[in-house]
Design a protein around this ligand. Structure first.
Ligand code: ADP
Ligand code: MG
Length: 240
């Protein structure tokens, strides 16, 4: 078996006296589709923040591509290949879709010329089904278009690992299918994906492996069927 792409070991995170993550272990293989579920406030976004570098874990280690990254700033982790979408999209509202993508391309530090950057944005927009929206102000986008742009911005960093934080919240079922198809496509191109999602049929269809967090602890890990069938998960999350 190949070495894991990401190995989170014994990661804890406290906010003052509150423990948001309590000794979390997660190992994700290259190319995997990995699902993260759990009730609101269980620590899903905090875990992603620790992995992507917007928060520092208090204990434990985070190894990506064989190297410890837990002390690296977020932009360095991005350049190493960890990109995430935000639960609450943060577009630059007064910029076009194209401009919104040029910023992370630049920030990604791959040293392209502006011509190459424009070409790369074009390829990403095409792939994400946003080509016709390139010159539209992001404030004019629909909810699903905003979600796609959020994922497109993450893609601009040429990630090895893409973390999608509730990219489907508030979407209709056909829009959920669109975003799901996009994530399958990106995974098909070799990108490892962590999906955080409350929409169970989507996360079950997508994930090869699923982890359920409750109050900062992993309470179950396995195939989607195993996790959903687990009594503790049902009690904590699925409301059985
Ligand atoms: P989830 O994404 O699973 O809904 P979060 O990771 O956002 O949960 O939050 C986990 C817990 O940590 C919540 O109780 C939340 O209020 C708390 N929390 C998250 N971020 C902070 C922060 N920056 N400061 C204080 N508490 C936080
Ligand atoms: Mg969250």
């Amino acid at each position: 078996m190949s070495a894991p792409l990401l190995k989170v070991e014994n990661v804890s995170k406290r906010f003052g006296g509150f423990t948001a993550l309590d000794s979390v272990h997660v190992s994700i293989n290259p190319g995997e589709r990995f699902g993260l579920i759990g009730p609101n406030g269980s620590g899903k976004t905090t875990l992603i923040n620790c992995i992507s570098g917007s928060l520092r874990n208090d204990t434990g280690s985070i190894v990506f591509g064989g190297e410890e990254i837990g002390k690296l700033p977020a932009y360095v982790r991005l350049r190493r290949g960890i990109a995430r979408s935000f639960q609450i999209p943060r577009p630059f509202r007064s910029m076009t879709v194209l401009e919104n993508l040029l910023i992370p391309i630049d920030f990604g530090g791959h040293g392209q010329s502006s011509r190459q950057a424009m070409d790369e944005v074009g390829v990403i927009l095409e792939k994400m089904g946003l080509a016709s929206k390139a010159d539209v102000m992001s404030s004019q986008l629909s909810q699903v278009e905003l979600r796609k742009m959020e994922l497109a911005r993450a893609m601009a960093a040429r990630p090895k690992l893409l973390i999608s934080d509730e990219a489907m919240a508030g979407l209709s079922s056909s829009e959920i299918d669109e975003v799901l198809a996009l994530l399958f496509k990106l995974n098909g191109e070799g990108i490892t994906i962590i999906m955080i999602e409350h929409i169970m049929h989507a996360v079950m269809r997508f994930s090869q492996r699923l982890v359920c967090l409750e109050a900062g602890r992993i309470i179950c890990e396995g195939t989607p069927q195993e996790v959903v069938g687990n009594a503790r998960v049902q009690e904590a999350y699925l409301g059985a």
